[in-house]
Design a protein around this ligand. Structure first.
Ligand SMILES: Cc1cc2nc3c(=O)[nH]c(=O)nc-3n(C[C@H](O)[C@H](O)[C@H](O)COP(=O)(O)OP(=O)(O)OC[C@H]3O[C@@H](n4cnc5c(N)ncnc54)[C@H](O)[C@@H]3O)c2cc1C
Length: 476
């Protein structure tokens, strides 16, 4: 064993760094091992990130001025290395997947477009300023301790790390080890005997995304359709155009990673061909894999937590995971600091993290219910989705919560309106009803997530969750 820390983290993305920052601020000795180097910070574009998560993480949200967002963290132009794009998405337009019609323009989009390179840089700087160590160019290969046992008997004692250039391997011991390695969950999936925590994400949990940020030819921009919009449900995913600045636009989309899927890049290129004012040169952009699946049932074991994408803390209906990683990282830091103070980093000492994430009022129960909703509805055809939008059954009011990561069931009035509007397609209404019913059952089940680590109570909870998700698969 070369070194020993109170907490050792694998992965220096938003989840790992916010966790390290908050732990260091609480006086905990923490080190992060990051595979990449200091300069290559994730992808080079701007993402839609939940405003409430950024605010909770301590970032001052900009105010709204006549020409967009204003404030010290707002970019002045495309080349300005600042945190937020100035563009305000006032009215998010949701278009039908077959472009046959559109819902009302009243989706309340609670996100702000955030530069990911700058966000990573700021979070890493804040972590280091607080006293955390970040070691770049080091790959974490696996966990130390009793890692092959059932969940209650797992004891994680640290991690094995390889220095990228020399390929020299060494062990780092810790009271708590955290997997923040992103959707591949390099450490969590190695807990081979602990099925409630080790579930790897499969292809069905992933989406393939492509986006490109381009300049506009302003002499021709008025002739093109450049309205901010999401084409929701298209090709089992969604596509968008989103203006960052008056003369810069982001065009992108993603689809479920399943056999026979379309290449999102081809659809994005088609969208660009239809808008001649979009110039050929790409300023930023690229592609990647986005997690749209659900969490394993536990994110904690003795001496171990998972955070961010590695924990499935992603809105399954949009693939937005930065907000989840920030909130997950902050909850994990609070839990670990309390556990260290109490001198109990066993599973029962770390269990409050599970409870805060999955149980009320956590995000996890919303995300689990949305995952079920998505699973059942994602195979609807373009025509079926267009019908639901045309009839205002999938209205702005209905779509707003699910786009913002909240599961809400329609009230009686909305249910009756749905029945009246959709009377000509009873099969479709039945499917919609099954999806919301399963979502509601899963939401209620997660609201009763065990408050304390009790192996028997947890086993009972897992059995029921398994049954509910098996029904989701059979309904889909
Ligand atoms: C194309 C695309 C578009 C997206 N758009 C959005 C969006 O609009 N809004 C949004 O909220 N989210 C979006 N996401 C998802 C978002 O990027 C993730 O949800 C978020 O980055 C998760 O943060 P994280 O800290 O959990 O993991 P990551 O950001 O993936 O960070 C994990 C870190 O761990 C490191 N690592 C991995 N394995 C190891 C190892 N073995 N040893 C050491 N280090 C390791 C990686 O180098 C990386 O730095 C998008 C993703 C993609 C690919």
């Amino acid at each position: 064993m070369v070194d020993r820390y109170q907490v050792v983290v694998a992965g220096g993305g938003p989840g790992g760094t916010v966790l390290a920052r908050d732990l260091a601020r609480a006086g905990v000795g923490v080190v992060v091992f990051e595979n990449g180097d200091e300069t290559e910070a994730c992808h080079n574009w701007s993402d839609a990130v939940e405003k409430n998560a950024l605010e909770a993480a301590g970032f001052d949200l900009p105010t709204m001025g006549p020409d967009g967002y204003e404030g010290p963290l707002v970019k002045k132009d495309e080349l300005d290395a600042n945190l937020f794009e100035p563009h305000v998405m006032k009215q998010l337009q949701i278009r039908a997947p077959d472009l046959s019609g559109r819902t009302r323009n009243d989706v309340d989009f609670r996100y702000i477009t955030t530069d990911r390179v700058v966000l990573n840089r700021l979070l890493r700087q804040q972590a280091v300023d607080a006293g955390a160590r970040i070691v770049y160019g080091h790959r974490v290969d696996g966990l130390l301790g009793n890692t092959g046992a059932a969940l209650g008997d797992v004891v994680v004692e640290g991690m094995r790390v390889t220095e990228g250039q020399s390929e020299q391997t060494f062990d780092v011991g810790a009271d708590v080890t955290v997997d923040a390695t992103g959707y591949r969950a390099a450490l969590r999936t190695g807990l081979q005997g602990a099925s409630p925590i080790n579930r790897p994400f499969s292809k069905g949990d992933l989406a393939v995304v492509h986006r490109t940020v381009r300049r506009l030819d302003m002499d021709r921009a008025d002739e093109d359709d450049l309205t901010d919009h999401y084409r929701y449900g298209a090709y089992r995913g969604y596509f968008w155009t989103h203006r960052h600045h008056a003369d810069v636009i982001d065009v992108g989309g993603g689809v479920k990673d399943a056999p026979g899927r379309v290449d999102p890049r081809a659809i994005v290129e088609e969208m660009i061909r239809q808008r001649p004012s979009i110039r050929a040169e790409t300023l930023r952009g690229g592609g990647g894999t986005v997690l749209v699946g659900r969490s394993p049932y536990s994110l904690a074991a003795s001496g171990f937590l998972a955070v961010g994408d590695a924990a499935g803390q992603v809105i399954p209906t949009t693939g937005c995971g930065v907000g989840g990683a920030l909130v997950g990282g902050m909850l994990a830091a609070r839990t670990i600091a309390n556990a260290l103070e109490a001198g109990n980093t066993h599973i029962d000492g770390l269990w409050p993290y599970n409870r805060m994430w999955f149980g009320g009022p956590g995000r996890g129960r919303h995300f689990a219910a949305l995952a079920a909703l998505k699973e059942i509805l994602q195979d609807l055809s373009h025509g079926e989705l267009a019908f639901l939008m045309r009839k205002d059954i999938l209205s702005g009011e209905m779509l707003t919560p699910s786009i913002n990561g909240l599961f809400e069931t329609p009230d009686l009035k909305a249910t009756l309106m749905t029945l009246i509007r959709g009377i000509s397609r009873p099969g479709l209404l039945l499917k919609l009803n099954r999806a919301t019913t399963m979502g509601r059952k899963i939401f209620c089940h997660y609201s009763q997530y065990p408050e304390k680590w009790d192996p028997q109570a947890f086993r009972r909870w897992v059995r029921k969750a398994d049954k509910l998700f098996a029904r989701v698969v059979s309904e889909a």
